[in-house]
Design a protein around this ligand. Structure first.
Ligand SMILES: Cc1cc2nc3c(=O)[nH]c(=O)nc-3n(C[C@H](O)[C@H](O)[C@H](O)COP(=O)(O)OP(=O)(O)OC[C@H]3O[C@@H](n4cnc5c(N)ncnc54)[C@H](O)[C@@H]3O)c2cc1C
Length: 265
């Protein structure tokens, strides 16, 4: 590892001031992605601005129509919060499926969304539920937030403060873990409310995305349908040496059926 400054910010204002002061500075939350990236020299910030001591970023609050989760909440906290277990149990389950206990104790919701790994789990929940990402300057709808592989709508000096997850949906998340990394080879989130069905796919494309043909199929059926002949955009699938486009497409179909059976029995 090379030399860099490590500064603990105690407020958002201080973190922003530090970011403006050094154009090569980077925010650090859990460090679960940033530190390995630095070790591999894929990133070499001159200073790290640690958000962990900022008190306003650790809350989990129930509102009338949504639950707001502070960006610094760890996967472990999300998986065990009594409020989330009661009102968004599928989100708690998804958090418990991320990596291993060590990563879940350090990795954060905000860090995962800002990183936008194509195989990360939370993006499927945020897009699948129609969540909103609140930053120090604006509120960004999930549809506008995830823009491409490791790319989001965040500007250089924008910090995620919290994420709002709407209530009143039945949901299921089905994940097929990569046997070595634990990341999603394919993850399917299905949400159903009185007037909307949403299907979000992670692990398959360069960026999380909805599967509109499956959503239409769900709207046309009262009970859980099969997705055997639902069209899939094969061309843009991120095929790897261990998972071809056809294999990932088949996983999408199978996992979507399983998720739908839970949501629309
Ligand atoms: C061995 C291993 C296995 C893993 N398996 C999985 C898995 O199965 N599923 C999964 O989804 N993830 C997995 N992860 C990723 C992990 O869960 C973390 O979510 C992820 O590493 C990022 O969170 P972090 O808090 O550690 O962010 P950091 O590493 O601290 O930061 C990541 C990036 O986000 C930026 N950032 C952080 N917080 C904010 C903020 N509040 N506002 C703006 N920008 C911010 C940083 O500047 C940096 O660019 C795994 C990681 C490891 C090391």
């Amino acid at each position: 590892m090379y030399a860099f400054k490590f500064i603990k910010a105690h407020s958002i204002a201080q973190a922003l001031q530090l970011l403006h002061h050094d154009e090569n500075a980077k925010i650090i939350a859990g460090g679960m992605t940033l530190i390995p990236t630095m070790k591999q020299r894929l990133a070499s910030p001159t200073s790290l601005i640690d958000l962990s001591a900022i008190p306003d970023l650790h809350h989990i609050q129930l509102h009338d129509r949504f639950i707001e989760i502070g960006s610094l909440c760890t996967h472990d906290q999300v998986s065990k919060s009594s409020l989330i277990l009661e009102h968004l149990p599928t989100l708690a389950k998804l958090a418990s499926m991320i990596a291993d206990p060590q990563v879940r104790f350090k990795g954060t919701l905000g860090g995962s969304l800002a990183n936008n790994d194509p195989a990360a789990d939370y993006p499927a929940a945020v897009l699948g539920m129609g969540g909103t990402i609140k930053t120090n300057v604006r509120e960004i709808k999930a549809e506008d937030f995830f823009q491409g592989m490791f790319t989001t709508a965040l500007h250089m000096d924008e910090i995620i403060l919290s994420i709002r997850f709407p209530l009143g949906q039945r949901a299921s998340y089905q994940k097929f873990r990569h046997p070595s990394s634990g990341y999603a080879l394919c993850g399917v989130w299905v949400s159903s409310s009185a007037n909307e069905k949403r299907v979000a796919i992670t692990g398959v494309y360069p960026c999380v995305r909805r599967w509109p043909q499956a959503e239409d199929h769900l709207l046309q059926n009262k009970s859980a349908p099969s997705f055997e002949s639902t069209p899939i955009d094969l061309e843009n699938i991120l095929a790897t040496h261990d998972a071809s486009a056809h294999y990932k497409a088949q996983l999408m179909r199978v996992l979507c059926s399983r998720a739908t059976q839970e949501v629309m029995p």
